[in-house]
Write a protein that binds this ligand. Structure first.
Ligand SMILES: [Zn+2]
Length: 56
């Protein structure tokens, strides 16, 4: 039996922006739980995250 090694990487980074990288949700720390979210950043089925050119 022959095996092929497949390695994936998951990278986490904190950006110094006011909004998230794939949607307009705020990144403000301290807001109540589950308020800075939308279907895009929650990864709901059918959404298509698109990288923003500039984050404000
Ligand atoms: Zn969002």
């Amino acid at each position: 039996m022959e095996f092929e090694a497949v390695i994936g990487l998951e990278v986490h980074a904190q950006l110094l922006t006011d909004t998230k990288i794939f949607c307009g949700c705020s990144t403000k720390f301290g807001n109540p739980a589950n308020t800075n979210v939308c279907p895009i950043c929650l990864g709901h089925p059918g959404v298509l995250p698109v990288l923003k050119k500039k984050s404000s």
